[in-house]
Design a protein around this ligand. Structure first.
Ligand code: ATP
Ligand code: MN
Ligand code: MN
Length: 303
């Protein structure tokens, strides 16, 4: 596990050196949450946030006019983001190399918060080898009329099917409507191989229970069913990270939980900023304990 000192939680030039301008500015109007509150939140949960965030190509959702205003999705580096924010050149589809951005610790996170970042969406790969994913995500997107119990059941079914394929998984409330089932990988497979596995996995589930599941992104076919969104597992795709706020009413948080906590949840947005702060203070162990040391590969790539 990474030493917290490596993450800038305790450094000479730590996050305290990052100035947050207009801390009084309201960011979540319905909740009375200010930019200063957002900065204080990220500082308070940093030890939980950073392990799944650092040293990965990262996209941002920035909301200069608050969560209720126009937000934009940013995937490229820009020097105005701050001098602690890293740049990593990555080849684009057309063949050109462009600078993506990454953070290596809390000071960079605070600079991004100063630049009105609300959400953090990393790749499932690290900057030392962006071509080989170390995380895959099955994103469960419920159609109209699907109940929370059905989403919980779907997540558990994915977990047990992954186990049959030799893969342990972890679960996160998205902060929105659904859940994400996350699988750590040993980085032996590339993106194409990984995406092919994820698509085949989702199609197999949908084929066995077509009344419950869908493996294609068709909104029209979704009512009453859960779309097993496997499309985040392609090169360049991102997912919201653990402990990230969402730019939605109520200031919900994408929250990693233990599998045995899932039955007690009531929605994908169970954790608000305030509840997440309390959880950060009282958590005794990392709900995703073990993810950093688990060595597992896709079935075809295992021994
Ligand atoms: P829910 O549970 O409500 O589905 P979610 O996090 O799974 O929440 P979204 O917030 O809709 O769903 O995220 C959709 C995905 O698309 C995320 O993986 C995000 O990283 C990515 N994304 C969001 N906005 C953009 C954008 N403008 N361009 C490219 N990718 C985006
Ligand atoms: Mn989703
Ligand atoms: Mn989705």
């Amino acid at each position: 596990d990474k030493d917290v000192a490596d993450l800038g939680l305790r450094t000479e030039r730590g996050d305290e050196s990052v100035d947050i301008s207009h801390p009084e500015r309201v960011v979540f109007p319905e909740d009375g949450i200010t930019k200063g509150d957002v900065a204080a939140y990220y500082r308070a949960v940093a030890a939980h946030l950073l392990p799944e965030l650092v040293n990965r190509p990262l996209s941002l959702i920035r909301c200069p006019d608050g969560a209720a205003g126009t937000c934009f999705f940013q995937k490229h580096h820009a020097s105005k983001l701050g001098d602690r924010v890293g740049a990593i050149p990555i080849e684009e589809k057309g063949g050109d190399r462009e600078d993506y951005l990454y953070v290596d610790g809390l000071p960079a996170v605070m600079q991004l918060v100063q630049m009105n970042t609300l959400e953090f969406h990393p790749w499932g790969a690290r900057i030392d080898d962006p071509e080989h994913p170390d995380r895959i995500v099955f994103d469960l997107d419920p159609g109209a009329g699907v109940g929370w119990k059905d989403i919980v059941a779907a997540a558990r079914e994915i977990r047990s099917r992954l186990r049959e394929a030799g893969l342990e998984s972890f679960v996160r409330l998205s902060g929105g409507k659904g859940v994400h089932v996350v699988v750590p990988l040993d980085r032996r497979a590339d993106w194409d191989e990984t995406k092919a596995f994820c698509g085949a996995f989702a199609r197999a589930m949908a084929a066995q229970a077509p009344e419950r599941y869908l493996a294609v992104a068709s909104k029209a076919k979704r009512p009453g069913r859960i779309f097993i969104d496997w499309l985040r597992n392609g090169r360049g795709a991102t997912s919201v990270t653990n402990w990230s706020l969402r730019a939605r009413p109520g200031a919900p948080v994408a929250m990693p939980i233990r599998w045995d906590e899932l039955g007690r949840t009531r929605s994908g947005a169970d954790y608000t900023l305030a509840r997440a702060l309390r959880r950060a203070q009282t958590l005794k162990a990392d709900p995703w304990e073990g993810i950093a040391t688990l060595k597992q590969g896709l079935p075809r790539f295992g021994e």
